[in-house]
Design a protein around this ligand. Sequence first.
Ligand SMILES: [Zn+2]
Length: 107
Amino acid sequence: MKERTPISLIPLIHAFKFTGDPDPVNEYYKETVIKEYVTPNPGFVCKECHQVLSVHGYCETPKGGRIACPSDMIILGIQGYYPCKLATFHKTHEHYENHEYVPMEDS
Ligand SMILES: [Zn+2]
């Protein structure tokens, strides 16, 4: 029996930064995964980021709607997209280009 070498797998995720700006990328994602946050008080200030609510986005997740602050990362999880604070994202993820890609050997 052929001896197997243990391998470590780096899970890859797909994510993008929500800026709240009307740039083409944000507009695309606004139409698809992140909706405009509709609130009766668009001029109110967010408790998290201290920016007005009108620049925020909204994600439908299996656990309910989540408000996305400008600069939040929007992560594609198993059950859809969800927002994550940028600082938390940087603590828990690394950019793929920082890793050397090692292809798996044929068995
Ligand atoms: Zn906010």
